[in-house]
Each structure stands twice: as C-alpha cells, then as structure tokens.
Ligand binder design. Structure first.
Ligand code: NAG
Ligand code: NAG
Ligand code: NAG
Ligand code: NAG
Length: 372
C-alpha cells in the first residue's frame, strides 16, 4: 500500500514556507545531540537542523534537513513532539509537507530513546514519515498512528533510535544487558559475502568493564561494531521477542574517522536469547532486524551476522540455595530479583540494583526451608 495516500485533506494548498508554531520544551532548546541515524542534530528555540531526509521518489532526489516544531500538545502526557518539514516537496506529483511524531523516553541524564510513530515511506528512502498537503494537521490519531486500524504501521519495539547530548557523551554509558555480559568467541559473516574471524580463536569481552564491549583485533581485525577502536560502549537496550537489542556507541574514534560508510558513531547488535547468534547493523536498530538474519535498509541487506559461543559469564550474583534469580534492565537501571522455591522463605532483599561501580546494593539474601 502506498503510504503517501494516508492523509490528504486539503488538495488545493499553495506551497509556501511555514514558520514553527511552537517552541521546543526547554530541555531541548539550544542543544546539540548525536543521533543514532542522523549524525549531529541541533535544536534552536523552534527549529531542528541536521535530521536529514531524502525524497527518493523524485529525480533528482530532494534533500531536507530542517524541521519546525509543529506541536507540543502531546508532550506533557505522552512525551511526543510533532515536527513538520520546513518546506513542501513533491513525491509522486503531490505537493506535501512531511510530519514526524517523535516519542521520547529519557534513558540517562544525557540520553534519550525515541520512536518515530509514522508509517514507512518508500518514497522518502524508507524513512518513517507522514505526509499531508496541509500544514495545519492536528489529527494525532491519524498522524501519530494512535488509531488502532493503523497499529500495523507503528514501529516495532526494537526499532528505536538514540539521542546523546553532544556535550556529555560519556554520561550516556549504561551497563550492557546482564544476560549478555560475558566473554565470547565469534565468527563474522558480512552481508557482502565476506566471511572472517575464526570462532575458535576470535574473542570479545564485556568483563573488563560492564559498560563496554572490547574486541581482540589482534586475533581478528574485522571491525565488528563499525569502529576503528577495539572498544565500544553500551548506551541503550530493549528486549523484543526475548532477544536483546543493544545500541553501541563508538566513543573512541575521532570525528574525522566517522565516514558513515565503514566507520559509524552508532551500531546496533541484536543478540538471541540463547546467546548463540547476533546481527550487527550500522546506526540504529533496523525495522525487521533479528539476531539470525541480515538487516535490511529497505533496498539491500546490510551489516553482518556473528555466531557466538559464550566462554565466561561476568559479575552475576550468587544464586541462593533453594531459590532463583532474574535479571532485568530498562536500559539505565539493572535489577536482580530473588525468589525462593516452594517451602522456602526469603531472608534479605528481594530486589537489588546494580550500582554504577558494578556492585549490587544490599547483601546476598538466603532462602531457608520453612519448618512445619
Ligand atoms: C535559546 O536561545 C534563544 C535565542 O538566543 C533564547 O531566546 C531562548 O531563551 C533560549 N532557550 C533556553 C531554554 O535557554
Ligand atoms: C541501503 O544500503 C545500500 C548499500 O550500502 C545503499 O546503496 C543504499 O543507498 C541504502 N538504501 C537506503 C534506503 O538507505
Ligand atoms: C561460524 O560458526 C558457526 C558455529 O560454529 C558455524 O556453523 C558457521 O559455519 C561459521 N561461519 C563461518 C562463516 O565460518
Ligand atoms: C560502590 O559504590 C557504593 C555506593 O556509592 C560504595 O558504598 C561501595 O563501597 C563501592 N564499592 C566499590 C568496590 O567501589
């Protein structure tokens, strides 16, 4: 189905330049960010620049990189900002404005996760964008896909993007997901057909520092996470269908090294729940990305697949006799929850939180048999 026909209200609109009708929430005004798909982006009081789109439906392709604040009506309750393109464009002959509904979630004091609540548009390079001939759209049910009949057009849980405050990138580090922490052997199959790295000798580890993944590039020099540096940081993670999707940040390479073809600031690794296979893609986690197949950018397979063998698990808590533990993370905070088997009772904390220095709050609890 052609998404372009989604919203057409006013067919006789005369193209003109609109001015932003709202100001950004103050926390975004006059700030610059690293975006996991778009590079550096900058907010003024009511504009956003750097968040570029390409209108691939027209030849020659048109490019836009400036957006206005269209509405903050949904921000207080739902953390959604509605943006409109600075000017019109003409995919398939119609003159339209582009809209995006950006749903934000704070991860750390210097980072956000966001989703684009708009359908994928093949005519805009498979970007999630809504189009309308009107520049005064306010039907959020349609524009931001709240209406249940548009549910299948919404982004997947794993299709998230990340913003990091450019002035404090290192504060965006989080602990890599606990289930994934360990040392691994791996091999690497790139989507261009090139296989490299021997699974019996190539390794990466997260045990030196639980916020980092460090590759042994002496053994296999293939740049796995699109970085020249052997170390990348975990900056966000979500779970979808039992698989972990981890956004990695290449914080060690110089700005001049980032060419967005072999070296990127961000990459996404999707790891299977049994920790045996993962896919890596440049930039943000992709629509349809799963651990066991190549990601696709709309037109081609991209990225690589790594087969994994976990050889070491790193700092987990002791499992109490007669009990079990469950790890969970919302990205910024990892907790462990204890429970005791039937006929055992828990003495000590039920929940412990991982601190930034990689130690757990409180002491180990115990499970003791209930004597009747
Ligand atoms: C952002 O900059 C503009 C222009 O200098 C200024 O009017 C506005 O108050 C600033 N916003 C914040 C939150 O500092
Ligand atoms: C997808 O990736 C291929 C190969 O890197 C590239 O040529 C193409 O322009 C990309 N397509 C989109 C929609 O980004
Ligand atoms: C990678 O390792 C897996 C598991 O041992 C193996 O099945 C696969 O063939 C290997 N791939 C390459 C490209 O060597
Ligand atoms: C970790 O941080 C906590 C709280 O700040 C502190 O009490 C504890 O001693 C620290 N542990 C280590 C090993 O640094």
């Amino acid at each position: 189905m052609d998404i372009i026909n989604f919203v057409f209200l006013n067919l006789m609109i005369i193209p003109h330049y609109v001015k932003g009708v709202c100001d950004w929430p103050t926390e975004f005004q006059n700030t610059t960010w690293k975006d996991s798909s778009k590079g550096d982006i900058e907010f003024t009081t009511n504009t956003l620049t750097g968040w570029s789109i390409t209108i691939s439906a027209v030849l020659p392709h048109q490019h836009f990189d400036t957006w206005f604040c269209h509405s903050t009506d949904l921000y207080t309750e739902q953390n959604i900002l509605v943006l409109i393109t600075q000017s019109t464009f003409q995919p398939y002959g119609n003159t339209v404005y582009g809209y995006i509904c950006v749903e934000l979630l704070e991860i750390t004091q210097s980072s956000y996760r966001y989703y684009l609540r708009n359908p994928i548009s093949a005519g805009v390079n498979y970007e999630r964008i809504q189009m309308s001939t009107s520049n005064t759209e306010n039907n959020w049910d349609t524009l931001c896909l709240f209406d249940e009949s548009y549910a299948s057009f919404r982004p997947e849980t794993s299709e998230y993007r990340v913003l990091i405050d450019k002035n404090q990138v290192s504060n965006a580090k989080i602990d890599c997901p606990y289930v994934f922490l360990g040392t691994y052997r791996y091999n690497h199959s790139a989507s261009n057909g090139i296989d490299s790295c021997d699974i019996s000798t190539s390794t990466f580890t997260m045990c030196n520092d639980v916020t980092d993944i460090t590759f042994d590039y002496n053994v296999c020099p293939t740049q796995v996470a699109y970085s020249k540096s052997d170390t990348v940081w975990c900056v966000d993670t979500v779970m979808n269908n039992g698989n972990n999707y981890v956004t990695l940040y290449n914080g060690n390479d110089e700005e001049t090294d980032i060419d967005d073809s072999s070296i990127y600031r961000f990459s996404c690794i999707s790891v299977s729940s049994d920790l045996t296979v993962s896919s890596v893609s440049p930039g943000s986690c992709k629509n349809g990305q799963t651990p066991d197949k190549y990601s696709n950018n709309g037109t081609s397979d991209i990225g690589a697949i790594l087969s994994l063998v976990q050889t070491v698990t790193c700092p987990h808590v002791d499992v109490p006799n007669g009990g079990t533990v469950t790890y969970s993370t919302n990205g910024a905070v990892t907790i462990v929850t204890y429970s005791c088997n039937e006929d055992y009772s828990l003495a000590g904390p039920e929940v412990r939180t991982c601190r930034s220095n990689n130690t757990w709050t409180d002491e180990d609890p115990t499970c003791s048999m209930i004597l009747l």
